[in-house]
Write a protein that binds this ligand. Sequence first.
Ligand code: NAP
Length: 236
Amino acid sequence: MKIKDARILITGGSSGIGKAAAKLLSAEGAKVAITGRDKVKLDKGAAETTSIAIHADVAKEGDIETTYKIIEEKLGGLDCLVNNAGIGEFPSLEEVTVEAFMKVYSVNVFGAAMMAKKAAEIFKKQMSGNIINIASTAALKGFARGTIYSSSKFALRSMTECWQAELRPFNIRVMQVNPSEVTTAFANAERKERDEVANKLTSDEIAHAIKSLLEMDDRGMVPEVTVWATNPFKSN
Ligand SMILES: NC(=O)c1ccc[n+]([C@@H]2O[C@H](COP(=O)([O-])OP(=O)(O)OC[C@H]3O[C@@H](n4cnc5c(N)ncnc54)[C@H](OP(=O)(O)O)[C@@H]3O)[C@@H](O)[C@H]2O)c1
C-alpha cells in the first residue's frame, strides 16, 4: 500500500506505540485519525502527530459507531485500522476476578473485535484494506501473573488468524505485531511515559514495524511480526 494519502485509524493513539505510529505515518503523508479516552491527552497527541482526534473508548459500542461516523465525515473512507488500544492487569491467580478480566477483555479482545467488524464491512465493499493488531510477546508465551493480560493477547492472536482466513479472499490484509517490552505508559497507574532504557525497545521501533508491514505492495502480506530488543543483558 502507498502510505501517502492512505486513510489510517489508530486506536489508542494518544501515547506510546500508537502515538509514535501516528507521527511516523503522518510524516509519510498518510491521513491519520487517533482515538483515546483522556481528551486532553488525545488533543495534545493529535496536535503533535498531525492527526484527527476522535474522543472514543473502544470498550463502548456507541463510541465505536461515532468513531466510524467521524472517519467517514473527515476521511471519506478507510484503508487501514490499527487495533492498538490495550490495557493490562497483572494479578496472581489467587487475586484474579471476573471484573478484572472484563475490564481488560472489553478493550483488548471485545473492543478490538468490534473495531475490526466495522472495518471489515468497509474493506469488503472496496475489496481492499488492512488491519494491524498490536498484540504482544505475551500472545506467544504465558508468564507468572499473566492470566488476564496474556490470555487476552492469546485471544487477539487467535482472532488475527480467524480474520486472515475470513478476509484474505477479499484482498484484505490482517497482520499482527508482537512487541516485547516497550518503555511507555503501559500499565502505569499514573499513565506517565517511562524514560528510555538502553536495553529495551522504544515505541519508534514498533512504529517502524507497522509502517514496513503497510508499505509492502498489497500482493504481499506478513501475517505476524515479533520485535525484540537486541541487547537484553546490557544495563542502562
Ligand atoms: N509497552 C509494552 O511493553 C507493550 C508490549 C507489548 C504490547 N504492548 C501493547 O501495545 C499497545 C499500546 O500500548 P502502549 O505500550 O503504547 O501503552 P500506552 O502508552 O498506555 O498507550 C495506550 C493507548 O491506548 C489508549 N487506550 C487505552 N484504553 C483505551 C480504550 N478503551 N479506548 C481507546 N483508547 C484506549 C490510551 O489512551 P488513554 O490513556 O486516554 O486511555 C493510549 O493512547 C497495547 O495494546 C499493549 O498491550 C505494549
